[in-house]
Design a protein around this ligand. Structure first.
Ligand SMILES: [Zn+2]
Length: 359
């Protein structure tokens, strides 16, 4: 199987040299310095089955200024078309796009583009969360070792087999129900502390997951994206040493808020991420828009730019827009407003001993 990741941050700087022939010689160096280094990620939730269509899409995404795609895989999918997956992810890299893989609905713990139940949870009903009344919930308890082992094995398998540059954990959920399963009860015998234990253990679980990714390859980037109602979790997430980026889905329309809230949400995320030296990533809701809400796209985007996140995410022709083509065209136009990286040339002088001095 093909596996290509590309070197780290090669797009940020380059270097050219001139052969020494005189006591001192010039070294031409150029730096790609962004006025803003905002990285654009585009979620690509489309089929890989038609390579020509995929190529056209990736070229379009790249020319819109994106540096990476987010692709989501569901448990049921890869076994049916591993060749398409390998080819599609490789095509993204060939187009100059890094690939961040999202584990859609694994254990029903994460969000995902398809509204499907987790195959693992279905086949392992004993792994489900149990509430205080003894009722089962359709979500696997992350404190159960067998679930963790399976998930970490799956991640390892994907990262070793396919060309992947990053892992994105999409809206990890679990705090809506406090789990009273035998494992949680054994780990936290004080029943009154179970709710807090759940919160702590989820952060611990996400930390272990990121550590698992870094053990496989330290260059692979890790991202957790939360919903605005979970912004408070960022404080805890930011403590995780193996987590690189903290993102937030600023879905004002889906969450029935005025578009003006985007800036407040965004600022919170960026400030908290930076306080703990993590990268921040803000997501634009360019989906599920009707003719009227589509007009808010520009305001949402301007607010996101204003808070100066490290990264910005949006979707390529994603679901339920009244006018899909216009929404993408609008998005593309907005992305053009992000300052592009610029070439800066610097002439260096070096003597035979190799000491260098900038002119
Ligand atoms: Zn449990």
């Amino acid at each position: 199987m093909r596996k290509k990741r590309g070197s780290e941050d090669t797009s940020r700087s380059g270097q050219g040299t001139v052969s020494p022939g005189t006591p001192s010689f010039a070294i031409l160096q150029f730096f790609l310095i962004g006025a803003g280094r905002m990285e654009i990620s585009v979620a690509y939730y489309h089929s890989f089955l038609h390579p020509d269509v995929v190529k056209r899409d990736f070229d379009e995404i790249r020319s819109a200024g994106a540096g990476s795609i987010v692709y989501a895989i569901h448990e049921q999918e890869e076994q049916r078309w591993p060749r398409d997956l390998e080819r599609g992810l490789g095509q993204a890299q060939d187009a100059g796009l890094k690939v961040h893989l999202s584990f859609g609905r694994y254990g029903n713990l994460f969000a995902g583009p398809s509204f499907v139940p987790s195959w693992y949870t279905f086949r392992h009903p004993q792994s489900r969360v149990i509430d205080r009344h003894g009722r089962h919930h359709e979500i696997s308890c992350f404190n159960q070792q067998s679930f963790r082992d399976w998930l970490f094995r799956e991640i390892e398998r994907y990262l070793s087999r396919y060309p992947i540059n990053g892992v994105l954990l999409d809206e990890p959920r679990s705090l809506d129900v406090t789990c009273f399963c035998s494992v949680c009860r054994a780990l936290c015998p004080d029943v009154t502390d179970l709710e807090r234990f759940r919160r702590r253990s989820m952060i611990d679980f996400l930390g272990e997951l990121c550590a698992c990714v870094k053990r496989i390859d330290a260059h692979i980037k890790t991202t957790v994206v939360v919903l605005p109602q979970d912004i408070a979790q960022i404080q805890d997430l930011a403590q995780l040493p193996d987590l690189d980026t903290i993102g937030c889905h600023l879905f004002w329309n889906l969450l029935n808020e005025q578009v003006t809230i985007v800036e407040r949400w965004g600022r919170n995320v960026v400030e908290m991420a930076h306080l703990h030296e993590k990268r921040s990533q803000l997501w634009l809701q360019n989906f599920n828009l009707d003719e009227s809400s589509e007009k808010d796209l520009e305001a949402a985007f301007s607010q996101m730019l204003h808070v100066e996140a490290d990264g910005l995410g949006c979707y390529y022709y994603w679901r339920n827009n009244a006018n899909p083509t216009r929404v993408w065209e609008t998005t593309r136009g907005l992305l053009r407003r992000i300052p592009r990286r610029q070439l800066h040339w610097q002439v260096m002088v070096s003597d035979r001993q190799g000491a260098k001095q900038a002119l």
